[in-house]
Design a protein around this ligand. Sequence first.
Ligand code: PBG
Length: 327
Amino acid sequence: MSFPDIRPRRLRRTPAIRRLVEETRIAPSELVLPMFLREGLTEPKPISSMPGVVQHTRESLLKAAHDAVSAGVGGLMLFGVPEDANKDETGSAGLDPEGILNVGLRDLRREFGDATVVMGDLCLDEFTSHGHCGVLAADGSVDNDATLEIYAEMAVAQAEAGAHMVGPSGMMDGQIGVVRRALDKAGHQDIGILAYSAKYAGAFYGPFREAVESTLQGDRRQYQQDPPNLREALREVDLDVAEGADIVMVKPALAYLDVIAAIRERVTVPVAAYQVSGEYAMVEAAAANGWIDRERVILESLTSIKRAGAQITLTYWASEVAGLLRG
Ligand code: PBG
């Protein structure tokens, strides 16, 4: 026999062979579309740093949600953006049943029933005048335990509005346990928790700040994780699972594939990843310059996130990709 004896290239020779041996395949049902609902808009408003993504009106939210659901997208994650006048020190508009996020959750649930999975972002940053994910202590730091009390009420308000799942994203210690107990106590034992367990205080959330008109000064490094740390993410995940998380999530996605893989090895609950605004913006910007093949990069990035171990991915491209996958 002539050298080489073993030829891996045989399995790459034709598209049909490659398809046969493909190890990772993404499907529409595992994609979740994050959506922004802005109070007081009369028409959808483009987000300049996220070309193709808008702040929705109540009407356009339902229309875009229909497009997503009919393309086969697996779920919707809603963010509410109140008018400036409705932001305050404690983020009370997040608890108000008539606050924009709860209004949107109610609209989505009424429209879709159980035909999709309706999720609400459970955090205060969109609702506080200072833009932090919790309430502030006298020294200006975010007060963990005072914030937990508010998250508990906010979770119940979202469940009552119709969310199937809540997504605590504030990285307060104990948030999953507090939310779980509050939901149970209010009779919402069947409402799930998608825990943002390993959420890093990196620089990839830039465009999201525009999307939610964030008022934040400074950063979130006192509560979100430090990018160099992996074992700390495992600790956060262990706590969240012990406190009752139904799904754990890593965020951002592409720069944290090692974290996704390590968590996937460790837990038996589903692992999700959030392909965040900065990841979206980089690809769109490069594609707009003609520097990369937009569709291929989008599919490659989502495939990589799944290959690393995320079985669910939140992505602003969810509807488009679902359409591409269905041909
Ligand atoms: C907090 C929250 C943020 C994102 C999702 N939930 C902002 C932050 O932590 O600073 C970012 C999502 C993105 O960048 O796409 N409510």
